[in-house]
Design a protein around this ligand. Structure first.
Ligand code: G6P
Length: 483
């Protein structure tokens, strides 16, 4: 029986060693949830990096890791510290990540990073090939593995290969600045189906394929030698039921069992009846527009001083890729901005920005979503942005307002949000005021429309739509061969 192999840079597990004892936790991230049924189906397996480098696994314990992963239908690609520094921090996160998010000035094109990227993609290919049966289906995820489709195709033309890019695909004008653009493009073209979050990313990819490789395109089908490759958009959703259910559960919990942060918020709300919360949650990443958001909030307080003392920005920034200097710079800039604004505007009873630099347990996140009057999500560029969808799912009374950057892929679906240009502080400030003063009936009519869409196009539907489309490409190939 054929199986599906899922491949991503990280496996959906969280491993750690306590001396020589291995702790294994399953990850409940968006991708892990979306892949649940594909992974559970038959002999489905997931191949990726375990999160621990070879050097981090205690001597003689590698087989323990392998066995634990096998129990979770996972197989690891062993990565060394060198791989991590050059393939992951290097080419993936100092070249591709900034380039694909239009941060051209941040890109570092280093030959040694590129060589390592190729080498690690080959490592992935070897392990996939060793585990793939005749005619299996392969679903590869994200920018760390752009070369993998072609590496597999060369050795195993029997496989059906799908690839999904979780970040934006940039305009040809950006993509062509990469010294290894031809190899990257060829790498992707090894797939039968290329999936993106939005139609715009598909368009950019197709224009890149025609301009760089001179390929022929009809609608969304690219002719490449004997093969036809389909490029299509599949906007990723969330596990709506999990977020919505948790928010309902939250309301049932007694106040004193809620998180410390929530108890604090509630005690403030009791003392200050009209204290309103604006929520901001992201990984600490320069693509998320965090400094701009803080400055826009400061501008809002200057322009509408009647809100001083009455509204707070609750900002959760989850640490990410801390070895990369641009991320360290961003952290320093954010710390300074928050410090300057709080220092300048705070009173004994009021701190304008509550800033948390850490990750938070799921229940605490739900607390934050439920407690917030407005979610302010203003990335400079974002492939999709699932936080926006999570906020929508937790609004059990259909109140609350989403202020969303038009530069997020999610803006293409979430029309009823207040859409803003994150660089236009005037517009962000005015939208915040509008959001805080929006009549309940308008909040609810916007939110209900958003909820209908986000609940219908959830992550399960996203993965099944992709797999179905991939299956169709396979059927076309089989029929052509039969003729
Ligand atoms: C983005 C990328 C993912 C990545 C995640 C976390 O969502 O599209 O591929 O896994 O960020 O980043 P990290 O570098 O910690 O895996």
């Amino acid at each position: 029986m054929n199986k599906t192999i899922i491949i991503s840079n990280r496996l959906p597990v969280d491993l750690s060693f306590n001396d020589i004892t291995l702790n294994v936790k399953s990850s409940v991230g968006g991708l892990a949830t979306g892949m649940k049924s594909v992974h559970a189906d038959g002999n489905g397996i997931w191949i990726g990096w375990s999160g621990l480098t070879e050097e981090e696994i205690p001597a003689g314990r590698h087989h323990v890791v392998d066995e634990a992963l096998r129990g979770k239908k996972c197989i690891r690609v062993p990565l060394t510290q060198y791989d991590l520094d050059n393939y992951y921090y290097g080419f993936s996160n100092k070249a591709l990540w900034p380039l694909f998010h239009y941060f051209q000035a941040y890109t570092e094109f280093e030959l040694v990073h590129w060589e390592s990227y190729k080498e690690v993609n080959r490592k992935f290919a070897d392990i996939v090939i060793a585990n793939a049966g005749q005619g299996d289906t392969i679903w590869i995820h994200d920018y760390q593995l752009l070369l993998l489709p072609q590496l597999l195709r060369e050795k195993r033309p029997d496989l059906t290969i799908g690839f999904f890019l979780h970040i934006p695909f940039p305009s040809y004008e950006l993509f062509r600045t990469c010294p290894w653009r031809d190899e990257l493009l060829q790498g992707m073209l090894g797939a039968d189906l290329l999936g993106f979050h939005t139609y715009d990313y598909v368009r950019h990819f197709i224009s890149t394929a025609t301009r760089i490789a001179g390929l022929e395109v009809r609608f969304n089908e690219i002719t490449y030698g004997e093969r036809t490759i389909k490029a299509d958009f599949f906007p990723m959703g969330i596990d709506y039921g999990r977020y919505h259910g948790a928010a309902i559960e939250h309301e049932r919990r007694p106040v004193n069992s809620r998180s410390e942060i929530m108890q604090n918020i509630e005690s403030h709300n009791i003392s200050y009846a009209d204290s309103r919360l604006i929520l901001s949650i992201d990984r600490m990443d320069y693509t998320k527009g965090i400094p701009n958001r803080i400055k826009a909030f400061e501008y809002f307080l200057e322009k509408y001083p009647e809100y001083k003392g009455k509204v707070r920005l609750v900002m959760l920034s989850v640490p990410s890729r801390e070895n990369v200097s641009q991320y360290q710079k961003l952290k320093r800039e954010t710390d300074e901005l928050v410090g300057r604004i709080n220092g300048r505007l705070a009173t004994i009873n009021w701190t304008p920005i509550w800033y948390f630099y850490r990750s938070m347990p799921f229940d605490d996140l739900i607390d934050l979503y439920v407690a917030s009057d407005v979610a302010l999500i203003t990335p400079i560029r974002d492939g999709m942005n699932l936080v926006a969808k999570e906020y929508i799912a937790t609004r059990t009374k259909s109140d609350g307002v989403l202020v969303l950057s038009e530069m997020a892929g999610a803006a293409k679906e979430l029309h009823e949000a207040l859409l803003v240009n994150p660089n236009n502080f005037e517009q962000v400030a005015d939208s915040l005021k509008y959001a805080l003063e929006m009549p309940l009936a308008e909040q609810q009519s916007r939110m209900e429309a958003l909820q209908k869409r986000v609940s219908r196009y959830d992550v399960e539907r996203w993965s099944s739509a992709f797999i179905k489309s991939l299956q169709e490409t396979k059927d076309v190939v089989t029929q052509t061969q039969a003729v």
